[in-house]
Design a protein around this ligand. Structure first.
Ligand SMILES: Cc1cc2nc3c(=O)[nH]c(=O)nc-3n(C[C@H](O)[C@H](O)[C@H](O)COP(=O)(O)O)c2cc1C
Length: 197
C-alpha cells in the first residue's frame, strides 16, 4: 500500500509553530509518499454527540465529518499537529479524536479493524522549556493508538510562543529531519510489556 500521510492542523491559528514544524518534518518524506493537509480549524467538526448506547451512529455522507472520516480512512499515517494547550491536545484535536468513538460504533464502517496497523504521529509546539510538561499529550496519543491497535511514531516537540519562534529551536529542527523516518512500533498501554513491532 502506498503510504499516505494525513496532516491534521489543530492550532487555533494558521502558520503557527506547530504547522511550521510539521511542514519541516514533512519536507523530508520521500516524493512517492502522498500528503494531505487539512486544518481542523478551517474545517470545524461539530461537537461530538455520544449516541453509542442509544442508537447507532450513521455514516456521515456530507460536511466536515464525512470529509474527515474519508481522509482518515484513506491515510496510512495520521499526524495530529496540535499545539500544547493546557498540557494536552487542543480542543480541535480532541474533538476529532472524540469522533473516532462514533466511527467505532458506525455499522458497516469497521473503523477499528481498518485503523489497526496504521500509524499515529504527533507534532507539537509548546512555550514551556521543559518538554516533560507535554507528557499528558503524548499519553493521550499513545494510549489512543494502543486502543486502536495502531502503531505510534511518537511526538515531535518544538519550543515557541509566538509564530516563527520554533525556527530558533535548532534541536527541534534537527529532530524534524528524521522524525518520519523512525520506526513506529505497535502502540502499547503503559501497563503492557513492550512487544515487538
Ligand atoms: C489556549 C492555550 C493554551 C496553552 N497552553 C500551554 C501549555 O499548557 N503549556 C505550554 O507550554 N504552552 C501553552 N500554550 C502556548 C502554546 O503552546 C505556544 O504558543 C505554541 O507555540 C502555539 O502553537 P502554534 O504556534 O502552532 O499555534 C498555550 C497557548 C494557548 C493559546
Amino acid at each position: 500500500m502506498t503510504r499516505r500521510f494525513l496532516f491534521l492542523l489543530a492550532s487555533s491559528r494558521s502558520e503557527g509553530n506547530t504547522e511550521l514544524l510539521a511542514r519541516r518534518a514533512a519536507e523530508q518524506l520521500p516524493s512517492d509518499v502522498e500528503q494531505e493537509w487539512l486544518s481542523l480549524t478551517e474545517h470545524p467538526l461539530p461537537d461530538f454527540a455520544d449516541l453509542r448506547h442509544d442508537s447507532d451512529h450513521v455514516r456521515p455522507t456530507e460536511g466536515t465529518t464525512a470529509l474527515l472520516l474519508d481522509a482518515t480512512l484513506a491515510a496510512t499515517d495520521i499526524v495530529i499537529a496540535s499545539p500544547l494547550y493546557w498540557y494536552s491536545v487542543s480542543a480541535q484535536a480532541k474533538r476529532y479524536l472524540d469522533h473516532w468513538s462514533g466511527w467505532l460504533r458506525t455499522p458497516g464502517l469497521d473503523f477499528k479493524a481498518r485503523m489497526a496497523g496504521r500509524t499515529l504521529w504527533g507534532v507539537t509546539a509548546l512555550a514551556h522549556e521543559e518538554q516533560e510538561v507535554a507528557d499528558p499529550l503524548i499519553g493521550t496519543l499513545s494510549n489512543s493508538a494502543a486502543y486502536m491497535g495502531m502503531r505510534f511514531g511518537g511526538v515531535l516537540l518544538g519550543n515557541g510562543s509566538k509564530p516563527g519562534d520554533v525556527e530558533k529551536d535548532a534541536e527541534a529542527l534537527a529532530r524534524a529531519k528524521t522524525f518520519f523516518a523512525q520506526e513506529a512500533p505497535l502502540a502499547r498501554f503503559p501497563y503492557e510489556a513492550d512487544g515487538d513491532s
